[in-house]
Structure formats: C-alpha cells, structure tokens
Design a protein around this ligand. Structure first.
Ligand code: NDP
Length: 330
C-alpha cells in the first residue's frame, strides 16, 4: 500500500518536510479484520490539530505513523462475517490506498442513498457536526437569527441549510464574493458576509440590526470576537472549530485557551443575578439554614470611618485588602 506518514511536526503550516510517502507490504487480514481499497479520503481541518503534540480529544499522530484520515472504501477481502467483498464502507482508514482494519471500526455506507463523497460530507462527520451542533448544542429555535462562519464549507453549508429549514434567519460568513453568492443564491441563506471585505461586526449590524441569537463558530479568533459584539439577550454560541488559529505560531488574542471549552465539552455562560429575583426566597432559606447550623461561614470585613472613608475603602477591593464581604460602617 502507498501511504503518507508523519515525518516531522510542523510549526505553522505543514510543508513537504512534514510528510513522507512510503510503499508498504500490507499484512493479510486476521480474524475480524477486513482489507479495503480506499476510494476517497476526507480532508479535515482537524487534521492540523492531530499533528500537534498536545493533549486533546484524541492522541496526536505519532512521528512515523500513517496520517490519520477518515475515508470511504470498498471491501476487497473480509474475515469479519459482517462484511463481504464489494461492500462500501467508511471509517478511519488513514492516508493510504489500501488498509487492513478491524471490521468493528467500519460503518457500511449505502451508495444508493448518496455517493461515497457525500458519506464523507453532509452524511458523514461534517453533517453530523452541523446537525448536533445546531440543534443540541446551540439549541436553534424557529425565528432565531443564526450566524455561521466557514459558511461555504462542509460543516457550515449544512448548518445554514438546516437552520433555514428550521425557520431561522440565516447569515453566513465566508471568504469571497463567489462563495457568498452561492450561499444566498443557491442555498437560500438570507444574507452572506464576505469577511475579507471589512469588519464583520459592522456588516452584521447592517443585516441583523436586532442582533444574533445563535453563532455557530467554525473560525474562531478575531471573527469570534467580532460576532461577540452583536449578541442578543440569551444568545448561544457553539464552539465548533477555530480554523483561523490552527496554523498560528503565536497564541491568538483574547482568551488564548478558550478551545479548552471544545476539547472538554465545557460551556461558558453569562448570567445576571437579577434574572433570578423570583427565586431569591429559595436561596435565602437555604443559606440561612446553613449559617444557623454552622456549615456555612458568613464573613464580613467591616471598615469604620463612615462616608469619609468610602474612597479608600472602595480601593481595598482592587488591592485585595478585604477578606469576605467588604462593608463600610456608617
Ligand atoms: P471547511 O469545508 O469549512 O473548510 C475550511 C474553510 O475554512 C475554508 O474553505 C475557508 O473558507 C475557511 N478558512 C480557512 N482559514 C480561515 C481563516 N483564517 N479565517 C476564516 N476562515 C478560514 O471545513 P469543515 O467544514 O470540515 O470544518 C469547519 C470547522 O468545523 C473547522 O473549524 C473544523 O475544525 C470544525 N469541525 C469541528 C468538529 C467538531 O466535532 N467540533 C467536527 C468537524 C469539523 P473561506 O473561504 O470562507 O475562508
């Protein structure tokens, strides 16, 4: 088999020194294994991340290893009763023309439903990313204004079309007039913004003056920052990817480690206590009971001196001079 191996970890964009093409004799499939002929390989932004020697949602590709890749293939020889020669399958096959894989790592694909390429796109990982990201993570609702970046790509183009069909107002952000025209003219997006033409937040204010309910972020970095300026009350942001940062050689501006939210499926939400006013009695009952039984410490730091001491006392918060609740006795 002819395969692409990782030769060296790239700094910035991968180049020829990153890869090494090798011809390797494939072993016969063992029990439960399947020999496949690869027909299509999926090229994914995530591949760049797999080259970095950092803790993430999957281990990095090791130096010398075959590059990890999703692919579609045809079964040549099978020692797994679930598959027969000629079956169309998909799975993590690696950048190779033939592979021996465990049958339980393969998914059958139905070429009568769609061609193999679509099983790597809208019906594959990118399509699943769009569907679950939009409905489960971002909780898009009919009537929402949904903004998606990387809108003319594999994930983004599906996000926008699903959102549109769900009754949302959809704005795509993509690079170039041609992509933007495709989004509005062919895919039915309500508006498209060419981010190369100027600041995204200004363009967004023009097409979505009332703000954004959902931002499906594929790009990250400055674009995320721009969209943050246009959020509406109770907006949701799905952090799907940050392709603008993948080849960066320096940390991006802003919270440099926010992709930890993606890796750890963590969420970050803003809130205001006043929204819970109706439920204050519930919290007061709970906290006062804990104070009464001694299980919660209510410590105050009381400063004397009355209103004349106000100016200095306020600064204590910023120098850290208080422990517990700072109070001025008047
Ligand atoms: P795409 O098909 O969207 O291809 C990448 C596109 O990103 C390019 O066509 C380009 O479009 C855009 N792009 C590249 N560099 C930049 C940049 N510096 N600034 C702005 N846009 C840029 O790829 P996918 O649909 O496969 O992936 C989209 C995103 O989804 C990626 O961030 C990926 O990592 C993420 N993803 C996340 C998954 C998850 O489980 N969380 C799963 C799958 C994908 P343009 O011309 O518009 O710039």
């Amino acid at each position: 088999a002819r395969r692409v191996h990782l030769a060296a970890r790239p700094f910035g964009l991968p180049d020829t020194s990153t890869w090494e093409v090798r011809d390797t004799e494939l072993a016969e499939p063992g029990d439960g294994e399947v020999l496949v002929r690869v027909t299509h390989l999926s090229l994914d932004p995530a591949m760049r991340g797999w080259l970095n020697d950092v803790r993430s949602y999957v281990p990095p590709v090791g130096i010398g290893e075959v590059m990890r890749a999703f692919g579609a293939a045809v079964v040549v020889e099978s020692r797994d009763p679930a598959f027969s020669p000629g079956d169309a399958v998909a799975g993590i096959l690696g950048v190779t023309d033939h592979a021996v894989v465990r049958g339980d790592q393969l998914t059958p694909i139905d070429l009568d439903v769609a061609p193999a390429t679509t099983w790597l796109g809208a019906l594959g990982m990118p399509g699943m990313t769009a569907w679950f990201g939009l409905f489960d993570v971002a909780k898009a609702q009919p009537g929402d204004t949904v903004v998606v970046s990387g809108a003319a790509g594999a994930v983004g183009s599906v996000v926008g079309q699903l959102a549109k069909a769900h009754g949302c107002r959809v704005i795509g952000i993509a690079g170039g007039a041609e992509k933007c025209a495709w989004l509005t003219d062919e895919l039915g997006f309500d508006a498209a913004i060419d981010y190369r033409e100027g600041p995204v937040h200004r363009a967004l204010r023009a097409v979505a003056p009332d703000g954004v309910d959902v931002y499906f972020d594929n790009v990250g970095g400055e674009m995320l920052d721009s969209v943050l300026r246009t959020l509406r009350l109770r907006a949701r942001i799905a952090i799907c990817g940050a392709i603008s940062t993948y080849n960066a050689t320096e940390p991006p501006p802003g919270p440099a480690h926010y992709m930890s939210l993606l890796v750890n499926r963590a969420s970050m939400a803003g809130f205001l206590v006043f929204d819970f006013e109706d439920r204050y009695p519930e919290a007061v009952a709970d906290i006062s009971a804990r104070i009464a039984d001694g299980s919660l410490v209510a410590r105050e730091h009381v400063v004397d001196g009355g209103v004349d001491a106000f100016a200095d006392a306020l600064l204590m918060l910023f120098s850290g001079a208080n422990t517990g609740k700072l109070v001025l006795a008047v």
